[in-house]
Write a protein that binds this ligand. Structure first.
Ligand code: SF4
Length: 311
């Protein structure tokens, strides 16, 4: 798409959003031209907070389906739209509510902690929700004598075991994008960029191994944590181990610094399903509505509220 085409579509989207009284939320992994037209860009927790706080009549969620569901749970009176209903998440798809109920039955009395990348139905079966930014605090708040079922991300679970010293029962799910970032990618970059700071998302297949490097240049952070760290760090060069969409945001937030993706292949095909044209069509044609039914939403909200209460 040419720059002129992008700015024409931006004008169209902004006009429709004003007419429809809609707020546009975009995840850090969205394509640059979608991030650039959004009212807010952030991680799933930050965007959920914007969804809960907005005065707008409608929320257009440029992200994946579970995020739009979370917005519907937190803002039940608003219309929530997603520009492409097929924008799913391989991690959220790795456990169903039936599978979770069966797992709970095998561990009666265990506390269930679900990462935010889960469906509303799975959240509704959980005691606590968590994000990569607050998962450690959530685990630490649970009494030591309680068994914990952590789901669905294997790598985040292993990282939590290492950082909290707690033994967890971990669901063997993974995000195909982060699992694809391997220790070999990190080792190569450590050799090629010895002066750079390494920013690693805890969902990565390399995160727990990265911790074993134990050097002060390695930082395991959520996407929002990466942005805050890069802005406040005196360092100038950063290697980034997460979905490559974050590079656009980092370049905007800290233009004087240099950011490079550890793996150019770390692209989420689901996030990239949202295009500027689909965003325009979503606002124009009022599609696709994501609505979590009230009873399910109330149960799912309980897990989110318990997370908020301790973090
Ligand atoms: S990057 Fe991974 S966890 Fe994030 S939306 Fe894509 S598949 Fe899901």
């Amino acid at each position: 798409m040419t720059t002129t085409e992008i700015s024409t579509l931006h004008e169209e989207v902004r006009a429709l959003a004003a007419e429809r009284e809609a707020v546009i939320l975009a995840h850090n992994y969205q394509v640059p031209e979608v991030q650039d037209v959004a009212d807010f860009v952030g991680d799933s927790l930050g965007l959920s907070r914007e969804a809960a706080a907005t005065d707008a009549e409608a929320i257009v969620f440029c992200g994946v389906h579970f995020m739009a569901e979370t917005a519907s749970i937190l803002a039940p009176e608003k219309t929530v739209l997603i520009p492409d209903l097929d924008a799913g998440c391989s991690l959220a798809a790795s456990i169903t509510a039936d599978q979770l109920r069966a797992w709970k039955a095998e561990h009666p009395g265990a506390v269930v902690v679900s990462y935010v990348n889960t469906t509303a139905e799975v959240k509704a079966e959980s005691d606590y929700c968590c994000t990569s930014g607050n998962a450690k605090s959530v685990i630490e708040a649970i009494p030591e004598d309680r068994e914990i079922l952590f789901l669905p991300d294997l790598f985040l679970g292993v990282w939590l075991e290492r950082t909290t010293g707690r033994k967890l029962k971990i669901w063997m799910g993974e995000c195909h994008v982060h699992a694809g970032i391997r220790p070999a990618d990190i080792e190569r970059w450590q050799e090629e960029a010895p002066d750079a700071e390494l920013l690693v998302h805890p969902e990565c297949g390399c995160a727990s191994q990265c911790m074993a490097f134990g050097n002060e240049r390695t930082h395991i952070l959520s996407t929002e944590g990466m942005i805050n760290f890069a802005k406040s760090s005196p360092k100038e060069r950063f290697l980034v181990a997460t979905e490559t969409g974050i590079i656009h945001r980092l370049n905007k937030e800290a233009p004087e610094k240099r950011f490079e993706a550890i793996s150019e292949k770390a692209i989420c095909k689901y996030m990239k399903m949202i295009t500027l044209e689909k965003l325009r069509d979503s606002l124009r044609d009022w599609k696709h509505v994501v609505k979590v039914e009230p009873e399910l939403a109330a149960r799912a909200r309980g897990a989110i509220d318990r997370m908020v209460a301790i973090t």
